[in-house]
Design a protein around this ligand. Structure first.
Ligand code: 5GP
Ligand code: MN
Length: 322
């Protein structure tokens, strides 16, 4: 049973306007979960303000979702009556929409990060859920809202992306049943798969080539890591939001248990992505760097150099016996 579900249903059902925010730099689960509820809320007569904090850009990957519903962060009511957040493990993950969330009369937090302390009035937090989308599906049922093909597609994107196409350890029978339901409701796996995994801008190939060619393997720590430079982005003509799949290429090195990709944001700031095969809790490594996430997928943004960040990570990765 989801905590606070009944209270959240009463709040959402009773609202005529709903502010919505997912975490900054949205992934498929964050944007898919939010857009699904936004579409359904509109169909149920509500005015919706779904958004995410700056930078307010999305990769083209998600263009097949109902992204025309999105409003810029400064168009979100500053003191909303009811606001819902998606896939954000802490308020700072909302970026410049943290203010409206703080001021919301009723804040509903929907999330599956086990580190989420529950920063809402009602907290629909289920750490065992593979994706926030899995929780949103139950919210639909509790609200009695129909899952249309458009909503099913958005929710399926959340399930597919957060489970790495149903192959990570968070994939449960419940996740697969939820996915089956989404396909029955009109989600098309081949269309979603093509948009999310089979299409990148051509420049991505060159950026990936640069990143993969400078990958370093530190066998004693079973660590593989690389850097994406500002020059890589300029040379390839892609944006930072097109670079999410890079970590998936890096992490395949079989000699590694942990993969780290450091993206140079310019101005001395670095965004890190970390992935684990299970032995190491990368969420616990990201946390002291001001970030967080899950056991097997985590991230952070820090000021510092590549060397200083890698040193901080190495300190928390014990060398293993060969
Ligand atoms: P990614 O590497 O794809 O950006 O993020 C992987 C996961 O790490 C996300 O799903 C999210 O749970 C978490 N994450 C990424 N960046 C941050 C961050 O800056 N702060 C926190 N708390 N979590 C992050
Ligand atoms: Mn998620």
């Amino acid at each position: 049973m989801i905590p606070d579900l009944e209270e959240a249903v009463v709040a959402i059902d009773g609202a005529s306007r709903l502010a919505m925010a997912c975490h900054i730099g949205p992934d498929g689960d964050a944007i898919g979960s939010m857009l699904a509820l936004a579409v359904a809320a509109t169909e149920n007569g509500k005015e919706v303000f779904p958004s995410f904090g700056h930078p307010f850009t999305l990769p083209d990957t998600f263009d097949f979702l109902p992204t025309d519903m999105l409003v810029a962060p400064d168009e979100v009511p500053t003191e909303p009556e009811v606001m819902v957040t998606f896939d954000a493990g802490s308020p700072d993950r909302l970026g410049d929409l943290q203010g409206p969330a703080d001021r919301a009369e009723t804040l509903v937090v929907i999330d599956h990060h086990k580190t989420n302390q529950g920063f809402g009035k009602y907290n629909l937090i289920v750490p065992d859920a593979a994706a926030t989308a899995e929780i949103v599906i139950e919210l639909f049922d509790a609200l009695g809202w129909e899952i249309t093909p458009v909503a099913a597609t958005a929710l399926h994107v959340g399930l597919v992306t957060d489970t790495g196409r149903f192959q990570y350890s968070n994939t449960t029978p419940k996740t697969l049943r939820a996915a089956a339901r989404m396909v029955e409701a009109g989600a098309r796996p081949e269309v979603i798969g093509r948009h999310v995994y089979e299409e990148t801008p051509f420049g991505f190939l060159h950026a990936a080539g640069a990143v993969l060619s400078r990958a370093v393997l530190e066998s004693e720590r079973r660590l593989v890591w690389s850097v994406l430079t500002v020059k890589d982005l300029n040379d390839s003509g892609i944006g930072l939001d097109d670079t999410d799949p890079l970590i998936d290429a890096l992490r395949t090195a079989q000699e590694s248990d942990v993969a780290v990709l450091l993206k140079d944001l310019g101005g001395g700031r670095i965004k890190g992505s970390m992935r684990s095969r299970g032995r190491i809790d990368v969420g616990a490594i990201a946390e002291p760097l001001g970030g967080g996430g899950h056991h097997n997928a985590a991230g952070f943004t820090v000021s510092g150099s590549v060397d200083s960040v890698m040193d901080a990570i190495r300190q928390r990765l014990e060398p293993v016996d060969a």
